[in-house]
Design a protein around this ligand. Sequence first.
Ligand SMILES: [Fe+2]
Length: 55
Amino acid sequence: MIIDGDVEHNGNQKTIGKIEATVDVIAAGVSGKSHPHSGVQSGGSNSGPPVPSGT
Ligand SMILES: [Fe+2]
């Protein structure tokens, strides 16, 4: 099914498959594409993987 236009609903959403976005995904105000990490020093190394928040 393809829907043209914005979609919004009240309530939770769960999927068995993956969720894709060509632009970005914003979770509680945090961009999945571009966000800083705390507790790491800048440099040439990569940070570790994200830590689950338990929510
Ligand atoms: Fe991250």
